[in-house]
Write a protein that binds this ligand. Sequence first.
Ligand code: FES
Length: 169
Amino acid sequence: MNQPTTPHVPLAAATLERFAREVAKFPAAQKQSAVMACLSIVQQERGWVSRESEDEVAAYLGMAPIAVYEVTTFYNMYNQQPVGKFKINVCTNLPCQLRDGQQALAHICKKLNVAVGGTTADGQFTVQQSECLGACADSPVMLINDREMISFMSNDRIDDLLDTLAQAK
Ligand code: FES
């Protein structure tokens, strides 16, 4: 997906108040420990974390911007570009690979007519490849919107899931 061309809007005062509540949970000299919480707040409010937002979080916490980029690029729960209503992360690490994780990813992409990492034209689904989700015994697995783990995904279960999500309001 291309980066949006809409101008960046600075973080709102209410957002900064939420940041302050997170920072208050740590000793004054360790406010950088709130970086993940602050990035999560940005994502909750905006749906993704832009480079400009990363820079604002860095400035707020007194961190080097590169240290914030390292966090957003390490954890794939942070969206570095806008995503669809449903973000599907399919694990393709070895245990899932051995139980058709790659095939599950291909099936989803084919059914939704979208490339890995892409978003459907209607903005409903983003499909991403994921590192281990910590549920190897249930492979192949996938994660919906960073929250809901789906296990033992056969093509039939995937089809049912996508149909259910497509009908969700
Ligand atoms: S390898 Fe897929 S959950 Fe661990």
